[in-house]
Design a binder for this molecule. Structure first.
Ligand SMILES: Cc1cc2nc3c(=O)[nH]c(=O)nc-3n(C[C@H](O)[C@H](O)[C@H](O)COP(=O)(O)O)c2cc1C
Length: 347
């Protein structure tokens, strides 16, 4: 087995309930690295202090072409933060989270203070178990509609994080969104800089990869995978991607747009927490999701998506949702590889 799949094997029973706060924080952060991130770039770092832990943006892992303002990078970090919150709640700890606590340091995205014992609710238990059951599922979903209560719960889970969520189920509306996805694919793949960046994150040896995407994730045939990065750099495959993405968007029973009123790092962190809340709540109902974020990455198409979805703010994430066959886990750098060491050598 790829050793970089081991972070998924974490067991809650190993929580050091009687240990030092710093050891408890380290354990809790092991759930953060299981969050989704653009191109599986895992753009997060963590610093563990005696009584709190800090989430720091790793901008060396930024995607300059597709995400020039680090918006998706920040959303990914927000998703990681949500996992830590869920783990703290499940393990019965109160906590306090400060977003962007130091105006002089924009890389310090959040500080988490671990508090005294708290209560664990039934919802906490379900969400916690969903962390290791969540994977991006790029396969086609079954056409059966999602129950209204499930869609309502998905909308509310974003709302509780201060983030809007518009669910789109009508066929004509899904078709219109699918056209935007297709247009975005064509534009992005025709850009040599986009292809170059994508090629840098494609791993030709998935059995040993710690991050990045496989050619399979990108829908490239297995027999071509050895040549993946070269193939991606050289050819504009936009037409093929566009048609595939339009089809899976059209044939998913529901699409969801997460949106924020503001376009600031704080709003992006909220969007990331809402995203992970939506994905985990979806999993508790056996619902899978994958991302169709391309139109949000192209400014003109982002505006058209907002109009189409009737949003008076900024679309941050476009998901498709549905029932389907299980998806596999993707690799992760371990928490130890993502820790910022204190100068003295502590943690
Ligand atoms: C902000 C954000 C944007 C993403 N955009 C896309 C996307 O447009 N297309 C896609 O296939 N996956 C997208 N993903 C999913 C990542 O590729 C995925 O999370 C990563 O490969 C790790 O895999 P996992 O989610 O199965 O753990 C996105 C993830 C995040 C957090």
């Amino acid at each position: 087995m790829n050793r970089h799949l081991q972070p998924w094997q974490i067991r809650a029973d190993d929580f050091p309930a009687d240990g030092f706060t710093s050891d408890q924080l380290e354990f809790l952060l092991s759930y953060a690295v299981l969050a989704p991130s653009t191109h599986n770039s895992q753009p997060w770092l963590f610093r563990i202090n005696a009584m709190d832990a800090e989430l720091v943006a790793d901008r060396r892992r930024a995607l300059r072409v597709v995400d020039p303002y680090d918006r998706e990078l920040t959303v990914s970090c927000g998703a990681a933060l949500f996992n830590v919150r869920v783990a703290m709640e499940y393990l019965g700890h109160q906590y306090q989270v400060e977003l962007l606590p130091d105006p002089a340091d924009p890389n310090l995205l959040a500080r988490v203070h671990l508090g005294l014992s708290g209560e664990t609710s039934g919802d906490d238990v379900l969400l916690f178990h969903a962390i290791t059951q969540r994977h991006t599922n790029r396969q086609p979903f079954r056409p059966e509609p999602l129950p209204t209560e499930v869609l309502a719960e998905i909308e509310q889970s974003a709302g509780r994080e201060g983030v809007g969520c518009v669910v789109i189920t009508a066929e004509a509306d899904r078709a219109a969104v699918a056209e935007l996805v297709m247009a975005a694919d064509r534009l992005q793949w025709s850009d040599a800089r986009f292809r170059e960046e994508m090629a840098r994150w494609v791993r030709t040896q998935p059995a040993v990869a710690a991050d990045g995407l496989t050619t399979h994730d990108l829908g490239i045939k297995d027999w071509l995978s050895f040549a993946g990065p070269l193939w991606i750099r050289t050819f504009d495959r936009g037409g093929g991607h566009a048609a595939h993405d339009r089809d899976i968007a059209m044939h998913s029973p529901a699409l969801a747009v997460l949106w924020t009123a503001e376009e600031t790092p704080r709003a992006w962190l909220q969007a990331g927490q809402a995203l992970q809340s939506v994905l985990l709540h979806a999993r508790t109902e056996e619902v899978w999701a994958s991302f169709l974020n391309q139109p949000i990455e192209v400014p003109d198409l982002r505006a058209r998506l907002a109009e189409l979805a009737g949003i008076s703010g900024h679309p941050q994430i476009l998901l498709r949702l549905g029932y389907g066959e299980p998806a596999a886990a993707s690799p992760r750098l371990s928490l130890r590889e993502r820790l910022i060491r204190h100068p003295g050598g502590h943690a």
